[in-house]
Design a protein around this ligand. Sequence first.
Ligand SMILES: Cc1cc2nc3c(=O)[nH]c(=O)nc-3n(C[C@H](O)[C@H](O)[C@H](O)COP(=O)(O)O)c2cc1C
Length: 181
Amino acid sequence: VRLLLVSGSTRRGSTNGAALRAAQELVPPGTETVLHDRLGELPQFDPDADHEPLPPLVTELRAEIARADAVLFCTPEYAGTLPGSFKNTIDWLVGSGELYRTPAAWINVGNPGRGAGAEAALATVLGYVDADVVQQACVRIPVGRDAVGPDGTVEDADVRARLASVLGAVAEHVRSLTDRP
Ligand SMILES: Cc1cc2nc3c(=O)[nH]c(=O)nc-3n(C[C@H](O)[C@H](O)[C@H](O)COP(=O)(O)O)c2cc1C
């Protein structure tokens, strides 16, 4: 099972990025992860530019999603919704369709009670592109800034156990699709 991990934060010391780096250390057997962390380098989406030759990073992003069995998003909330650079990434995938029927889930690492706007926006955009949202893997796992270690990951045992359980749920969902007769 190949999981693509996408952080919605471009910030150094990001809690969202740290959660995904920790997740990379916690994959169940038979699962591999790729972290897409070049959100901030993608050009601004423009329908007039959405044709060959595409910006190389757009081609790379689309290929990464097409290769992935599932995508796990972890994004902060900005101004009650998704960060612009994250939404820009999704916009590059609307017409090309790589997320269509692709299993997808998100983790909200915001403080308790925060991030509901980002969750609602994720549900909207992933519904719009007809992704296969794995509801049981869409969870809140608060990660404070002080939980991010010097290596940019998270050591907290409870957080790590919950991340491992999300990865397990996504991998199990992917397998349930391929095991179908
Ligand atoms: C421009 C901006 C807007 C923000 N808007 C919200 C918001 O609407 N709701 C919220 O809970 N936090 C908001 N925050 C706080 C971020 O969610 C918080 O800083 C989070 O840690 C960022 O994730 P990161 O650590 O991965 O960069 C905002 C932060 C910034 C920089």
